[in-house]
Design a protein around this ligand. Structure first.
Ligand SMILES: Cc1ncc(COP(=O)(O)O)c(C=O)c1O
Length: 424
């Protein structure tokens, strides 16, 4: 490493070591660098935390920025709210829009991805009775429920498909192509870019192009993808995207984003709580009321932390942690890895199943075994057409040793599942 490489990289008050000029993949193995990054987090000491999909841990500088914002909001209350807070919230939104690669007027802060998805699904105003809408088994439960509610809200036919398993990009594209062909009145599709159930990354851009050719719009749930994989929002080439801030961006709990492309704004209803005559902006599509402003105000600090690492390097590191346990898991008899190894089809999250063990309770028991016997925390996921699984989600503070510990525990899980299935 050269002297230049050793220089500290300052970003938003953070002092992080700079990396050499190698590729992102090479940087993924730079242990010294990643130890420094891990040192910015405070994971629990008594358990290997491999369930980082629920929400992300704020690194220390972001947590401190949040505490400072909270202190200010609490101290100055309305004196700040009425004299400058709005300007700071807009600056936070603008910084996020720039990081995502979208226009500032095409992004609005929400409190979470659920709120953004609800705004899009329930506010989409182009549906006519008799049209069809589509979602899949791997989509997020509350988003599925919103899509299903369109049957009574809009009088549409609701179509649900099961995504292929094992999945390939081609097979997933074929599944949506077949659904479009079978349902000529399909007008709206929900696509989860990176599914929380198995970690599968969908070829959103390709599916959206198929949908567009048949006159259907696509709503993208990017709650798990932005900042987990190396993606800019325009890469998706979609008009409507819901994004999460408190997962992989590492912002405080209570941060989400809604992106609507300028030309598509009219397809989403204004929020009824906003005055009817006001300007026709994306802001008019949401109504947050009074909420945790400090969380939104911390977005620039979270962006600064991520930008100091770099999107490609972060994604490569997460992928390397994932690949490390998966390579060994694929050699363990009785373990099925559900998430494809195609680098375009996964990020950090990957799910596995003990062959034949598809019940939700049995997978909860496997996650329980991992915790109790091996002190590794994961979570079981269900709702997958072919059966439940255990989900593994490393974060930037995890180490290669953590992944090895998980891999080493897998044969015990196979035996545990066998013993449960035939107790004597
Ligand atoms: C794929 C996906 N979409 C949407 C959401 C909703 O995010 P939030 O709970 O932050 O609203 C989640 C949360 O886990 C998710 O995994």
């Amino acid at each position: 490493m050269t002297e230049l490489d050793r220089r500290s990289l300052l970003a938003g008050g953070l002092a992080l070591p700079a990396l050499g000029l190698g590729t992102a993949a090479e940087a993924a193995d730079d242990d010294r660098y990643w130890r420094e990054i891990a040192g910015q987090f405070t994971p629990p000491a008594d358990v290997v935390q491999l369930e980082n999909g629920n929400w992300g841990m704020m690194p220390r500088p972001v947590f401190e920025a949040y505490q400072a914002q909270l202190a200010r909001v609490n101290r100055d209350t309305s004196f700040y709210a009425r004299r400058g807070m709005n300007r700071d919230l807009i600056a936070a939104r603008d910084a996020a829009a720039a990081a995502m690669g979208v226009g500032a007027d095409e992004l609005v802060l929400t409190r979470n991805a659920t709120e953004a998805l609800e705004t899009l699904i329930l506010g989409y105003n182009r549906l006519q009775p008799g049209d069809a809408v589509l979602y899949a088994d791997l989509d997020y439960d509350s988003a599925q429920a919103c899509m299903a509610s369109l049957a009574h809200r809009r009088g549409v036919q609701v179509v649900k498909i099961d995504l292929p398993e094992p999945a390939t990009r081609a097979a997933v594209i074929d599944a949506y192509a077949a659904a479009l062909a079978a349902n000529p009145r399909l007008k709206l599709i929900l696509l989860t870019h990176l599914t929380h159930r198995t970690g599968l990354v969908l070829p959103v851009r390709e599916i959206a192009a198929l949908a567009r050719a048949r006159g259907a719009d696509v709503i993208v749930d990017a709650a798990h993808s932005w900042c987990q994989i190396d993606v800019a929002i325009p890469d998706l080439d979609c008009d409507f995207v819901a994004i999460n801030g408190h997962k992989w961006l590492g912002a405080p709990l209570g941060v989400g984003f809604l992106h609507v492309r300028r030309a598509a704004l009219g397809r989403i209803d204004r929020h009824p709580a906003n005055a009817a005559g006001g300007p026709d902006t994306l802001f008019a599509r949401v109504h947050l009321g009074t909420y945790d402003f400090a969380a939104s105000l911390t977005v620039p600090a979270a962006l600064a932390f991520q930008q100091a690492i770099g999107s490609a390097r972060r994604a490569a590191r997460l992928r390397a942690l994932r690949d490390r346990w998966v390579a060994r898991a694929r050699q363990v008899q009785g373990i099925e890895v559900l998430t494809p190894d195609d680098p375009a089809a996964h990020g950090a999250i990957t799910a596995f199943r003990v062959q034949g063990v598809t019940a939700s309770g049995a997978n909860a028991a496997l996650a329980g075994r991992l915790l109790e016997r091996h002190r590794i925390f994961t979570v079981h996921r269900d709702g997958i057409a072919r059966g439940a699984c255990v989900r593994v989600t490393p974060a930037l503070f995890n180490t290669p040793a953590d992944m090895d510990r998980l891999a080493a525990a897998l044969p015990d899980l196979v035996q545990f599942a066998r013993d449960r299935a035939s107790p004597n």
